[in-house]
Ligand binder design. Structure first.
Ligand code: MN
Length: 129
């Protein structure tokens, strides 16, 4: 599968399980006040549970993945899906076991703050999806 946007660099923080890449397409701190990142998850990769102070929108551009809100079943995501994530709602997103997964992540209301990282999505939880 061919990538649409630049894949960027491996994410080296401790808030992901597995390997993921980030390319900021519209950086933070610009006059546009609308950071947009291209995030690529290798199969099995996912981010920790987290919240966003100002919310987030995900635009799925390739592969198959999951989005899960705390207390709800995980939703399977495919190319073309749009996920709107309210501020302060605990959730995670990532690839399925067998597919790469690529989404654009748009930070909404960035003036309200950033991302608050929480505990990892355990293998036990993930493997039961
Ligand atoms: Mn998120």
């Amino acid at each position: 599968m061919s990538a649409i946007f630049n894949k960027g660099d491996v994410i080296t923080n401790n808030y992901f399980t597995g390997t993921a890449y980030l390319k900021m397409l519209v950086p933070e701190g610009t006059e546009f006040n609308c950071p947009i990142g291209n995030v690529t998850f290798e199969p099995g990769a996912r981010n920790n549970w987290h919240t966003h102070d100002g919310g987030q929108i995900l635009l799925v551009i390739s592969g198959e993945g999951y989005y899960q809100e705390e207390g709800k079943l995980a939703q399977k995501l495919h190319t073309g899906d749009v996920v709107t994530i309210p501020a302060n709602l605990k959730h995670w997103h990532g690839a399925t076991k067998d597919s790469e997964f690529v989404h654009l992540a748009i930070t909404t209301n960035p003036q309200k703050g950033g991302t608050n990282w929480l505990e990892p999505v355990s293998d036990e939880h993930y493997n039961a999806l």
